[in-house]
Design a protein around this ligand. Structure first.
Ligand SMILES: [Zn+2]
Length: 185
């Protein structure tokens, strides 16, 4: 029987080999990204397996590297904490401290990305433009058994968040026309 998957795999591989020279660096990166997301689970498993098999060697190497590259390591760390990724990590840590539970970090990343890229940056209660000065509120507070789920997040201005305190109020869509999300605010 004709195996379409197998055929496409072969075709893609041949295309890659033929056009490797022609593609720009950016296009090559894009190919790499697509390949990564298609095979993410498998690749991560592979990576973890490699780590477990070579743990001692890798850790020893890392330690030796740190001894000779202290300055670079420090600069790298500084850069990390100033980056979005580092900032998100700190936010996650703060959430974990408060909740005492582990956070489904992907949910938070998705939510923050939504704010950043889709421009939902108005308070969902009063409609005030919040920019970077926003609070991510739990609709059902963590103290009342709320979860760190995407469905339990809403964006509020600091004033509304303090006013809401530990009550359970769902403001989502309130400040937008027709109850839906309008991105031009
Ligand atoms: Zn508000």
């Amino acid at each position: 029987m004709f195996d379409r998957k197998e055929y496409m795999k072969k075709y893609n591989n041949e295309y890659w080999l033929k056009n490797k020279e022609r593609l720009s660096t950016e296009e090559k990166r894009e190919c790499g990204r697509i390949h990564y997301y298609k095979n993410r689970e498998h690749l991560l498993k592979q990576k973890h397996k490699y780590y477990l098999e070579n743990k001692e060697r890798l850790l020893a190497y890392r330690k030796a590297y740190h001894e000779t590259h202290k300055k670079e390591d420090k600069a790298k760390q500084k850069k990390y904490w100033a980056s979005t990724k580092g900032m998100l990590y700190l936010r996650r840590q703060a959430l974990m401290r408060r909740s005492g539970k582990s956070v489904d970090d992907l949910n938070l990343v998705v939510f923050v990305n939504k704010i950043r890229f889709e421009g939902i940056n108005c308070c969902e209660n009063c409609g005030l433009f919040v920019g970077k000065n926003y609070h991510i509120d739990h609709i059902i507070p963590l103290a009342r058994g709320g979860k760190n789920n995407f469905d339990n997040f809403q964006l509020l201005c600091p004033t509304c968040n303090l006013e809401k305190s530990t009550k359970t109020i769902d403001y989502r869509g309130k400040s937008f026309v027709g109850g839906g999300l309008v991105y031009a605010c």
